[in-house]
Design a protein around this ligand. Structure first.
Ligand SMILES: Nc1ncnc2c1ncn2[C@@H]1O[C@H](COP(=O)(O)OP(=O)(O)OP(=O)(O)O)[C@@H](O)[C@H]1O
Ligand SMILES: [Mg+2]
Length: 251
């Protein structure tokens, strides 16, 4: 059975960057899930879903509903159509990883249907992959959606603000209140961390895996839409993520 890894944290801390670089080092087969409606993960990995003809889960679901409404649902039940879309329309299959993108919400304020699809699919996915890694949207609200309730490694990507310490507590409180379990709770400092902040993290009593170094190339790649998988092996961010994953016992 595969391991479930989740990257979480406040907005703009570097969750998608960490997920992308992690996918570069974990031994395949890897399954990546982008839960962020901004859908930045695919681009960071150099995947153009439109060009690939791959739909987001929300788009595929929308099409099923639209077809039903138009009386053109075909002979498949909605359940069968959903299974079909998970295996075909909404699945990006790459060389080193496969990918699901949740996409933007269907109805204002409700992600329930696409979420339910992902949570239903995860147990099956886990069987055929070594790792399932989830890139979360900013904030903690999505944790209520119980997309995954049993996590192996929860990576909290932190910026150096004083809110970070409070954020750690909030994650612990919310996961415990809604019954999300994890085997490891890991803190990761982002590219803006300095020595003082690192010391503060080490003093939290949590497992602090280290920080991701500032990387001017990575910044340029993100701005120009170039894949982070093309970063040179000696890039400071790549080296840091490799070190962090080694410390977490994943490499
Ligand atoms: N190691 C790094 N060096 C330089 N810039 C970085 C580094 N890591 C992340 N960044 C920059 O920080 C910004 C935010 O990164 P990223 O999109 O990974 O964060 P996020 O937490 O996924 O954001 P969001 O909450 O919007 O999903 C990006 O512009 C990215 O280029
Ligand atoms: Mg992101």
């Amino acid at each position: 059975m595969g391991k479930k890894l989740v990257a979480t944290g406040r907005g703009g801390t570097g969750k998608s960057t960490f997920t992308s670089l992690t996918s570069r080092y974990l031994p395949p087969p890897i399954f990546l899930i982008d839960l962020d409606p901004d859908q930045s993960l695919a681009e960071m990995l150099g995947v153009n879903l439109k060009e690939e003809g791959v739909k987001t889960i929300s788009e595929a679901l929308y099409d099923i509903i639209a077809a039903r409404k138009a009386g053109a649902g075909g002979s498949m039940s909605v359940h069968e159509r959903i299974q079909f879309l998970l295996n075909t329309e909404a699945l990006y299959e790459g060389n080193n990883f496969d990918l699901f993108v949740l996409g933007t919400k269907l109805t204002e304020g409700c992600y329930c249907a696409p979420d339910a699809i992902i949570s239903g699919a995860i147990p099956k996915i886990i069987d055929s992959y070594r790792y399932v890694m989830i890139d979360s949207p900013a904030g903690l609200e999505h944790l209520n959606r119980e997309v995954v309730s049993d996590i192996d490694d929860l990576f909290v990507i932190l910026d150096p603000s004083s809110k970070s310490l409070k954020h750690i507590e909030r994650i612990k409180n919310i996961t415990s209140a809604i019954g999300i379990k994890y085997n490891h709770f890991y803190l990761v400092g982002n590219y803006r961390f300095d020595k003082d902040t690192q010391k503060k993290m080490e003093a939290t009593g949590e497992i602090y895996l280290g920080n991701i170094e500032y990387d001017p190339d990575l910044e340029k790649y993100n701005l120009s839409g170039r894949s982070l998988l093309d970063l040179p092996e000696d890039s400071p961010a790549c080296k840091s993520v490799k070190k962090i994953l080694t410390k977490a016992g994943l490499l």
